[in-house]
Design a protein around this ligand. Structure first.
Ligand SMILES: C[S@@+](CC[C@H](N)C(=O)[O-])C[C@H]1O[C@@H](n2cnc3c(N)ncnc32)[C@H](O)[C@@H]1O
Length: 191
């Protein structure tokens, strides 16, 4: 996919490609991925565009306004319609519910040196790296249709996630000792 770039927006990397490839492979088994799909933290729009190409009705958000502008340009260039809104996590979608929620979250603990605060926001997920994802999972039950799933890119460098979710593992890759993997989380019967 030929994407435009912006130095203030996360450029697709191994984590983005792993998530996209997994979603493409899983879409036959999980019709939710071509239903109504919410992507949180869209960055360049690469994941949202992958979902739109699968046939999903895609809504995508990002706190970074430069990301929203770039994703809009990339969607237009690719000829896909994606509903794009700037804001924090679920705030831009009100109380709407989706068949699936997808996110490649910021997951590193602090410590990187970034020239740009938007790039720090894209990679640092809180004190253990997992706080952004914990917030996402706290909000997700209010935005997921019954039977739907939360598709997450996770890293071995991040802290623990909350209990109460059924977790199915998909693709996993080792990048210089860091294990990246994709999981689908769904609400357990007791959760
Ligand atoms: C690792 S990047 C992923 C970008 C893109 N989805 C990809 O896979 O290449 C994480 C994205 O989350 C966004 N983000 C960080 N905190 C956010 C928040 N509180 N609400 C919404 N988006 C946020 C960042 O701006 C960044 O674009």
């Amino acid at each position: 996919m030929d994407l435009r770039k912006d130095g203030r927006v996360y450029e697709p990397a191994e984590d983005s490609w792993l998530l996209c490839a997994t979603l493409e492979r899983a879409a036959t088994r999980f019709p939710e991925l071509h239903g109504t799909v919410l992507e949180l933290g869209t960055g360049s729009g690469i994941v949202a565009l992958t979902l739109a190409a699968l046939g999903g009705a895609v809504t995508a958000t990002d706190l970074n306004p430069h990301a929203i502008a770039l994703a809009r340009r990339n969607a237009r260039a690719a000829g896909h319609h994606i509903e794009l809104s700037q804001g924090d996590l679920f705030e831009p979608v009100g109380d709407r519910r989706f068949d699936a929620i997808v996110c490649n979250p910021p997951y590193l603990p602090p410590g990187g040196k970034y020239d740009d605060r938007w790039l720090a926001l894209a990679v640092e997920g809180g004190p253990t790296g997992a706080e952004f994802t914990q917030r996402l999972l706290t909000g997700a039950p209010h935005h997921l249709r019954p039977g739907g799933g939360v598709w997450l890119l996770l890293s071995s460098l991040m802290g623990e996630l909350p209990e109460g979710w059924e977790r199915e593992r998909f693709d996993e890759q080792n990048f210089d000792g860091e294990i990246l993997r994709v999981e689908r989380l769904s609400l357990s019967v007791s959760g």
